[in-house]
Ligand binder design. Structure first.
Ligand SMILES: NS(=O)(=O)c1c(F)c(F)c(S(=O)(=O)CCO)c(N[C@H]2CCCc3ccccc32)c1F
Ligand SMILES: [Zn+2]
Length: 263
């Protein structure tokens, strides 16, 4: 597997030389420009099941060198889509300590401070995410914009452990908690389009649902996320900070973005 990063010689402009899909169609993220949007009254509110995990369950929090990810049990799922999509993991994209612009999707060019992705796979058709990841109906990702505002106690449930996974491939077990509390209000208002993984191998296998409303975390919480982690291994002398891990918006081509809200 070729290495890739968000800047330098292995940056996104060169992803397609090792990962051909990254130069293909249906790429994500995109800019939700008003003229691309089409209201669809048939889009139901997003419904999720078993997101309220019990505290005696444990989740694996890890630094994979590209993001901070939290493993999720497959008994969590989305029930309002044409297939059952079971949870796999959630992870984040952010800017840097002085750049409050780290979201992947944007709204009329507006970038939020960060973005959370809850990755699910089609468990009606595939036994696990590895079998689903490159199929056109394989994945469904919930995108949540992150804005700076009130302190968010739900995010603190795992932000407080970030110093235990400062370096690449470090992982720790953390007590599970109510993942639903990480989602914004109004799960009935969202953008919907067919797209891809936003990291290599960029498979065009994702049904994207990006909620209209952001969640907020405090400036202090955002700084912890933006400054705690390294993309480099613990024993490496040259540390590489992990920040700015967002792909730029891709061409929408003639894709329509459906929206579940009118105004
Ligand atoms: N933005 S995004 O497209 O949602 C997105 C990321 F940005 C992202 F960094 C990851 S990663 O952390 O796994 C690092 C690089 O793949 C994923 N992983 C997914 C897809 C790849 C295979 C796989 C296997 C198990 C669990 C999750 C995933 C990802 F889907
Ligand atoms: Zn992501």
């Amino acid at each position: 597997r070729a290495k890739w990063s968000y800047n330098g010689p292995d940056g996104e402009h060169n992803w397609s030389s090792n990962y051909p899909f990254c130069g293909g169609a249906f790429q994500s993220p995109i800019d939700f420009q008003t003229h691309l949007l089409r209201y669809d009254s048939n889009l139901p509110p997003i419904q999720v099941q078993n997101y309220n995990l019990s505290t005696n369950e444990q989740l694996t929090l890890s630094n994979n060198g590209h993001s901070v990810q939290l493993s999720l049990p497959s008994h969590m799922y989305i029930s309002s889509l044409p297939y059952k999509y079971s949870a796999a993991q959630l992870h984040f994209h952010w800017g840097s300590s002085n750049q409050l612009t780290g979201s992947e999707h944007t709204v009329n060019g507006k970038q939020f401070a960060g973005e959370m992705h809850v990755v699910h796979f089609n468990s009606d058709k595939y036994p696990n995410i590895s079998m689903a990841v490159d199929k056109h109906d394989g994945l469904a990702v919930l995108g949540v914009f992150i804005a700076i505002g009130e302190f968010n106690p739900a995010f603190e449930k795992f932000f407080k452990y970030l110093n235990g996974i400062k370096y690449r491939d470090q992982k720790i077990q953390v007590p599970a908690f109510n993942i639903h509390a990480l989602l914004p209000s109004h799960l009935d208002e969202y953008y919907r389009y067919d797209g891809s993984l936003t990291t290599p191998p960029c498979y065009p296998s994702v049904l994207w649902t990006v909620f209209r409303r952001p969640v907020t975390i405090s400036q202090k919480q955002f700084l912890a996320l933006a400054t705690a982690l390294y993309a480099s291994y613990a024993q490496e002398s040259a540390t590489v900070p992990l920040h700015g891990n967002y792909r730029k918006p891709q061409l929408a081509d003639n894709r329509v973005v459906l929206v579940s809200f009118k105004d």
